[in-house]
Design a protein around this ligand. Sequence first.
Ligand SMILES: [Mn+2]
Length: 430
Amino acid sequence: MTQLPLSADLIAETNACHEQALEEDYGALGRKLARSGIDIVAVQDRVAAFSVAVPSWGAGRGGTRFAKFPIAGEPTNIHEKLEDCAVINQLCRVTPRVSPHFPWDKVSDFAALREEAASLGLGWDAVNSNTFQDQVGQAHTYANGSLAAQDAVTRQQAVDHNIECIEIGRQLGSTDLTVWVGDGTNFPGQQDLGRSLDRYLDAASKVYAALPDDWRMLLEHKMFEPAFYSTVISDWGSSILAAQELGPKAKCLVDLGHHAPNVNIEQIVARLHRFGKLGGFHFNDSKYGDDDLDSGSINPHQLFLVFNELVEAELNPRDGFNPSYMIDQSHNVTDPIESMLSSAEAITSCFAKALLVDREALHAAQEANDTMMAFQALRRAYNIDVAPILAKARAVAGGAIDVLETYRLSQYRARKAQERKAVGLGAGIV
Ligand SMILES: [Mn+2]
């Protein structure tokens, strides 16, 4: 029995105020697309089938390593986080899965947690392990590394934790394990750059060996932080080399913020796909480094170009092409629900625009070395306002035409501020 947190009547009543305008905009866009031979209903169907997971930790105010500014009504446990994720999905209808993080989301009964999520209309996405911080009572510190640590006992502890995450994921119905390690150094000479990768590969292969047949191990690279001189899996090159060494179930996960500024991420997408190693994405945006800003808030054109490569990849599939999409950002100054609603819309919008690219014209221009027309094929699609398609897809699925307005009218956060205990102060994205 599904029990969603927001009133379906409120959504229907709010939608009623926007239906006429939406029909007009949708009709006009449909006629415009038809002139280019595009069936708007076919695009709407693709949008309706699109989904992106939300991270359980994204339901809270993130903060930076300096500070965190909690808001009243923030979730403090996985049950409250699930409730907030259900609100997001109820309104936008493109975020039906939650990606949990352990040990942050640990409970005593995972079968019950799986049912609880299902009752909220939610499933589970990739399970995330955490060997980048110490937990109370932990035997060996990760201060000097985890899967790549010098000490064999520390490496084994990190391996055991990842295997425990796989076991939890099996109970939840997940089929992916995302592994990001903060292992690295802050000083030249601190660790041997070659041998630390050897240790990582040896430990990661033990985790890999514990994967069920239908699981994937997604390796997430990150250039810097918490280590500021070198990081063991720092870039897509290290990531794909590790994934190739581990085996076919190991894939690379691209977090948009985990690169040097101005890196051509869409080309990385094409490269990883070429070698059958594109496993998934963490969507966010950045201005300076790994800022974890809201998706599409700084460089929506880059997001569009990434989806353009993904649509190309879909037309030229390699073995096992099934990338997993997730939002991964830190909400320092906004209500996390509002940020994820806005981000889900930005991501879906770029996907829809990529679908509108005239591939025939693009490929013909590429063949003819007609640079300007090739670029214009992309530019024409990017300039189309696809908002009516997204709104229509949401409304048909029972979601909100105007997600933010409906969310604010629901007074959800104010109600939760009355019910939930206050979040403590402190730094860190938890
Ligand atoms: Mn990430």
